[in-house]
Design a protein around this ligand. Structure first.
Ligand SMILES: Cc1ncc(COP(=O)(O)O)c(C=O)c1O
Length: 446
């Protein structure tokens, strides 16, 4: 009889998984493992609670392990695992589109689904170019983004995006993209709660770009109303309105990438509502299902949608879509999530908490190495001074210390810490997040 193989002490190692946007070697030396979640907390495999200071990756706005979302996903898996949305359709995706469009302002009435924020960004850029094509203005192809912008990792998104490391390894990107400057000036905006007074004039840079290229070559401008991934840059007062005016004047589409700012993060369904600016398209993802199932999409103004609805009835109007555009599990999860947002008033809650959050986080301004703090909605960015031996080292140590010693998840961009808790956070928990962060900042002072 052959002897049974001896049990393997460590059944798996961490090698096979090439982790996204991760320092793989550092992680695998000292992993930060998460095994389960509930409410405001993650738990390690050993059961240690980790306060979720980041709503996962800016997505779990309703908090974790929400019973209605779990049940909706379970019921949907029983009923319909998958159905194509190419030439067929299932009821919940239509319901989800209607609910999402109803949250958007103006005549942003139509929803094109994707599987992620990156797909949403590339979809919006493609719709913009195709739109001018169907109107017979095929020369309008240029795409304008902004320095420090993040629109995911597809080729469209990184071309319009403005984060150097996300671009420099990937070739020449899309021809014909250009960038406005970022809206941040530390000297003039340092330690601002909410929108800085200084900086609306950065929108005028779009006029310069239009003069350079001519509006007849420009399809769209895409920006995040608040830059998130670059380290939290709230829009200066009046900036977004001015951008809207310039786009309208020159017949250029304005796309708001609301993958982070959508679904309550800034105290309203979309930042478009907060700033009373109606863009031509809004991209969304993350919060639409509170992170429970991948889903993204683009909300499109009616005249854009209508422009495509011509030709024979049996002809496909837009040659674009993903196998998982409007997946049944995602549609079910989004409907349950939107119910929670509505029934628990979570967008209003974020608005109510904004000043409390801002005051609490701003209390960290005297801590060592804090160069700036910016807050907006339930978001905060804390810039720490880089160590002399390299950008990002202090930030990395802070993230590690926060997880292992304080039981807090923070998000990191270089030496900037971002805090973006689920919208269910209590005032006490805000205090807890801030005190943990204070100890972290002190621990990495040297
Ligand atoms: C503004 C913005 N757009 C797009 C994306 C990309 O989303 P995903 O990672 O789902 O592709 C992100 C992700 O953080 C984002 O913040």
């Amino acid at each position: 009889m052959t002897p049974a193989p001896s049990p393997i002490a460590s059944p798996n190692d961490l090698e096979a998984f090439w982790m996204p946007f991760t320092a793989n070697r550092a992680f695998k030396k000292r992993p930060r493992m998460i095994a389960r979640a509930d409410g405001m907390y993650y738990y390690t495999p050993e059961g240690k609670p980790i306060m979720d200071g980041t709503a996962g990756l800016w997505c779990c706005n309703a908090g974790h392990k929400r019973r209605p979302i779990i049940e909706a996903i379970q019921a949907q898996a029983e009923e319909l695992d998958f159905a194509p949305n190419f030439q067929f359709g299932h009821p919940k995706v239509f319901a989800a589109a209607a609910r999402i469009a109803a949250l958007a302002p103006g005549d942003l009435d139509h929803v094109f689904f994707a599987g992620s924020g990156s797909e949403a960004a590339d979809t919006a850029l493609k719709i913009a170019i195709a739109y001018w094509n169907v109107l017979g203005k095929g020369s309008k192809t240029r795409l304008i983004g902004r320095e420090r912008g993040y629109h995911g990792v597809g080729f469209g998104g990184i071309s319009v995006g403005g984060i150097v490391s996300n671009r420099k390894f990937f070739g020449s990107l899309l021809a014909g993209s250009d960038h406005m400057p970022a809206t941040y000036d530390r000297e003039k905006q340092r330690f601002t709660k909410g929108e800085p007074e200084y900086g609306a004039h950065f929108a005028d840079e779009l006029e310069r770009i239009v003069t350079l290229h001519d509006a007849s070559t420009i399809a769209a401008v895409m920006i995040e109303p608040m830059s998130g991934s670059t380290g939290v840059l709230p829009p200066p007062k009046g900036y977004l309105k001015r951008l809207r005016e310039i786009c309208t004047k020159h017949n250029i589409l304005l796309i708001f990438d609301e993958v982070i700012t959508g679904f309550g993060r800034l105290g309203s369904a979309f930042a478009a509502e907060r700033y009373d600016v109606v863009p031509d398209m809004i991209t969304f993802a993350k919060g639409v299902t509170s992170g429970a199932v991948p889903m993204g999409g683009v909300i499109v103004r009616k005249p854009i949608f209508d422009a495509f609805m011509n030709g024979p009835d049996n002809a496909i109007e837009l040659f674009h879509g993903y196998t998982y555009s409007g997946h049944p599990l995602a549609a079910a999860a989004s409907l349950a999530t939107l119910d929670i947002y509505r029934d628990e008033g979570l967008f209003e809650r974020a608005k109510m908490l904004e000043p409390i959050w801002a005051d609490a986080v701003m209390d960290l301004k005297e801590e060592p190495n804090v160069l700036d703090i910016r807050t907006l909605g339930l978001v905060a960015g804390i810039d720490l001074a880089s160590r002399p031996d390299g950008v990002g080292k202090r930030g990395y140590d802070a993230m590690e210390h926060a997880f292992h010693e304080e039981g807090l998840m923070v998000r990191l961009t270089g030496d900037t810490l971002a805090l973006t808790p689920p919208l269910i956070v209590t005032e006490d928990q805000i205090g807890e997040i801030v005190e943990k962060t204070r100890r972290v900042i002190r621990a990495v002072a040297n």
